[in-house]
Write a protein that binds this ligand. Structure first.
Ligand code: B12
Length: 270
């Protein structure tokens, strides 16, 4: 069977066939849209017309992909279980949907070895793809924080803050024509007051989940998913064992707590 044509219109349909029922969403973009807002040191080393896709996980990912992945005993070694599950899901989807195509994948938890910078800026990618508005300090007129830096946060039009940005897929050699126009992400937090609230909730008290409810979401993380992500990464293997998803093996657990040299300080985040 001939492989299907991959272009801006078809790429997310093809991908969604394998990953949407597992709690993932995909959004196409052109590399130029991403590179245009970044300094040279953070740009993707691809032609501006190259097709890319940003992949998000939705609240369903935990029950539809992660727990079954653990149940099947697919989690091996020391790296973070969520990261392993996301990688496994995306790699399988690529081989199934784009056989023979060269697709370069960068995950949210990966850093460039030389610069120690993230391999891709997940929030910038989600914004330029029109998937989730990236609210930054600069989006608050006359902000009240002086020189105390506030990290920005993306808000999804349906899930509010109840999602994560997992990967950037670059389809090397697939070019997007100039007829494809970029669309802005929905600005679901338009007022200055709500943006201040959002950035303060995200920076000062993200552990209480409140920033995620800045707009009423269609779905939130389940209690079990919240319990998992509220647990420190080093204690998560013990929690999975308690839930019966990891067997204790002689001489140690099947999964050790993530090594301190792990890729990004909080990989496996939600
Ligand atoms: C390093 C990191 C951290 C660090 C530092 C925080 C930070 N933001 O730098 C620590 C460990 C503290 C951290 C903590 C958390 N993090 Co964190 N983190 C990251 C990570 C890996 C890289 C962020 C980074 O270094 N960016 C580099 C800086 C320089 O980028 P920047 O500030 O966006 O600046 C660029 C833009 O402004 C751009 N730009 C300029 N002009 C314009 C104009 C436009 C229109 C646009 C779009 C862009 C743009 O240019 C700048 C660069 O020059 C990302 C995943 C990733 N790969 O991106 C997750 C990520 C940002 N973290 C995330 C989360 C959820 C958290 C936590 C809540 C923990 C958790 N439960 O997972 C906490 C929140 C803590 C807090 N108070 O901020 C989520 C945010 C999701 C969202 N909805 O936005 C991400 C995206 C991970 C994910 N998989 O979803 N994090």
């Amino acid at each position: 069977m001939a492989s299907p044509t991959v272009n801006f219109e078809t790429v997310t349909c093809l991908l969604d066939d394998s990953i949407s029922n597992l709690g993932f969403e995909s959004h196409p973009l052109k590399i130029g849209w991403y590179n245009d807002v970044l300094p040279a040191s953070l740009r993707q080393p691809h032609h501006e017309d190259t097709l890319a896709v940003v992949v998000l996980s939705t609240p369903d990912m935990f029950e539809r992909a992660f727990l079954p992945f653990m149940e099947k005993g697919c989690c091996q070694g020391v790296s973070d279980p969520i990261d392993q599950c996301v990688k496994h899901t995306i790699n399988s989807a690529i081989s199934q949907s784009f056989p023979g195509k060269k697709v370069e994948v960068s995950y949210d938890y990966e850093m460039l070895p030389a610069s120690r910078k993230p391999k891709f800026l997940a929030q910038t990618a989600a914004h330029v793809a029109g998937a989730a508005y990236y609210y930054q300090e600069a989006d608050v007129t006359d902000h009240p924080w002086g020189d105390k830096k506030k990290f920005g946060v993306c808000i999804h039009p349906r899930f509010g803050g109840w999602f994560a940005i997992r990967a950037l897929l670059v389809f090397e050699g697939v070019q997007v024509g100039c007829e494809v126009l970029q669309s802005s992400p929905p600005d679901c937090v338009p007022s200055r007051e709500a943006r201040i609230q959002l950035l303060e909730d995200f920076n000062l008290r993200w552990q209480d989940w409140k920033y995620r409810d800045i707009i009423p979401p269609v779905q939130r993380y389940s209690q079990r998913q919240r319990d998992y992500f509220s647990t420190r990464p080093a204690q998560r293997p013990a929690l999975l064992q308690e839930w019966g998803f990891l067997q204790k093996e002689k001489g140690g657990s099947q999964l050790e707590p993530p090594a301190s040299g792990s890729l990004i300080p909080h990989s496996g985040h939600g």
